[in-house]
Design a protein around this ligand. Structure first.
Ligand code: XUL
Length: 520
């Protein structure tokens, strides 16, 4: 004791993880799965159905209700929330929440009713566009055009205009629903929204997550006047922050003290994006270690020695919560693509792993799959393109084990190919996320990247990162000490490249890249 609490509001779940730094132990790990636990939001994968595959929104009230449900579960386990000395958190990046009443003017949340009932009347937009949305190409073009092109946007913000980023999402809202935009007084990222709920007032956006908006001037650490103006009128006044990720944003509000037993005065530190938070949770906030995160999205990221941008325009620069910057490349076809193939061939995860490790060989006997089951951002594909090349049986979808290896190999090839701009060939990769427990996937990553693979014991590095940030900011623990206690590699799950695989994947990569080029 004391404990430090991290919350992680991701696409499909809300998690709470608490650590005891003195004893080096995770003392709480609870999760709410939106699809399973809150079925009345009709969001089995965390987002609402839409006839247009490019539109992906969530109901922000689902996240609010999940917070109440999560904390009541935590209480029911007997965990004593009054022992929590500080809180921080993380959220899926880029998603935005629109309020007609700023949280700073909303008054106290009454403990006599559910949080969701207090928050509902504050919304100016019933749904929140999330990172999977790719419907804002027109807005991207308009913003880039207004400031002198994507080269300028990249130079200022570290990314070209990107469909899922918050600025283009805000512009689309302003263009399509000008009256509702006008009514909107405050716009939050998922991270700052969740932090605001905890402190019962407006919590600012942090520099880590704020860099994913196409609005932040990385050099000055403030929102760019030109980009604000190019995005929507009056936008600067609606955005709280940005602040450094280590900033205290308030103290836990009375609602949570009365209902769940938090201690009055518990500080809350800025919430950040899930990827910046994972950088901390993996103990990778100093340059030199690349991380692969296998989640709803797959991401590759690393702390940066110096800000550097992707000439192909897919990669991004975000703020490193420990200071400085991080690179990131995001792939929309992560776990949903793996799950789609498993479902199509009728395999559970054991059979999925055996298909890779026992039934098939590196290179998949020349069979190649393009793994784009949903629109993709890296490379940019606004329509799905799951194509198969190779033997007639494979192309006809009749080789289940090869289809499994096909999706995993193609994902690894795409990650490796699209992360070359970071400029360092990693000889060691840290792997996190739900699928990081799967030895088959790890072996393919080792072979394709020709790198040693290490994993951590916890699959949820974003929630762990949030708890570590609370401990660093709230308890004066230093990073090195926290990393040694919580981010040590799991000795039972390390994988090395298999001999002879380098040449196999050089060939397959060349074919993969050639097929990508044909997609245009
Ligand atoms: C990163 C991205 C995703 C989300 C997933 O740019 O869009 O990784 O953060 O939660």
């Amino acid at each position: 004791m004391p404990y430090y609490l991290g919350l992680d509001s991701s696409t499909q779940s809300l998690s709470a993880m608490a650590i005891d730094p003195e004893r080096g132990r995770v003392v709480l790990d609870e999760s709410i799965n939106f699809g399973r636990d809150l079925p009345h939001y009709a969001s089995p994968h965390g987002f609402l159905a839409n006839a247009n595959p490019n539109i992906k929104h969530s109901n922000p009230l689902m996240w609010v209700e999940a917070l109440d449900l999560l904390l009541s579960r935590v209480r029911a386990t007997g965990f004593d929330l009054s022992q929590v000395a500080a809180v921080s958190g993380a959220g899926q990046q880029h998603g935005s929440v629109y309020l007609s009443t700023p949280l700073s003017a909303a008054g106290k949340f009454g403990a006599d009713r559910a949080l969701v009932d207090s928050v509902k009347p504050l919304l100016s937009r019933p749904s929140a566009p999330i990172w999977m949305d790719s419907s804002t190409s027109a807005a991207c073009g308009e913003i880039a055009g207004a400031v002198g092109g994507d080269g300028v946007v990249t130079k200022v913000t570290g990314s070209r205009t990107i469909e899922r980023f918050t600025g283009p999402q805000i512009r689309k809202f302003y263009r399509e629903e000008p009256a509702s935009y006008e009514q909107t007084r405050e716009i939050h990222l998922v991270s700052s929204f969740m932090a605001s709920l905890l402190v019962g007032t407006t919590a600012p956006i942090d520099l880590g997550d704020g860099a994913g908006m196409n609005l932040l001037d990385l050099a000055s650490g403030s929102f760019s006047r030109e980009l604000l103006d190019a995005t929507a009128p009056g936008l600067g006044a609606k955005l709280p922050g940005p602040v450094p990720s280590t900033q205290k944003v308030g103290e836990i509000t009375g609602y949570f003290i009365e209902k769940y037993g938090f201690r009055a005065g518990t500080p809350v530190f800025a919430f950040t994006g899930d990827n910046p938070s994972s950088l901390i949770g993996m103990g990778a906030s100093a340059p030199g270690t690349a991380v692969v995160s296998l989640g709803t999205s797959d991401t590759v990221f690393a702390a940066m020695r110096e800000p550097r941008t992707d000439p192909q325009g897919f990669g991004h620069v975000f703020g490193n919560p420990a200071g400085g910057f991080m690179s990131l490349i995001c792939f929309a076809n992560g776990s949903l693509a793996r799950e789609q193939v498993a479902k199509d061939v009728g395999y559970d995860w054991d059979a999925f792993t055996r298909a890779i490790l026992e039934t098939t060989q590196p290179g998949n006997s020349g069979n190649l799959l393009l793994p784009f089951f949903v629109p993709e951002m890296t490379p940019k594909l606004l329509a799905p393109a799951a194509k198969r090349f190779g033997s007639p049986a494979f192309v006809a979808g009749k080789e289940p084990a090869a289809l499994v290896r096909g999706v995993v190999e193609a994902q690894a090839l795409s990650m490796q190919y699209h992360s070359r701009w970071i400029g360092e060939t990693p000889s060691l990769l840290l792997v996190t996320g739900g699928a990081s427990r799967n030895r088959g996937i790890l072996q393919v990553l080792a072979d394709v990247f020709q790198a040693e693979i290490r994993t951590l014991k916890t699959g949820n590095s974003s929630a762990l990162g949030a708890a570590l940030r609370a401990a660093q900011a709230g308890g004066a623990h230093d990073w090195a000490d926290l990393y040694a206690r919580f981010a040590a590699p799991d000795p039972d799950l390390q994988v090395a490249p298999a001999p002879g695989t380098e040449r196999v994947y050089d060939e397959l990569r060349a074919r993969f890249v050639a097929e990508l080029a044909k997609l245009g």
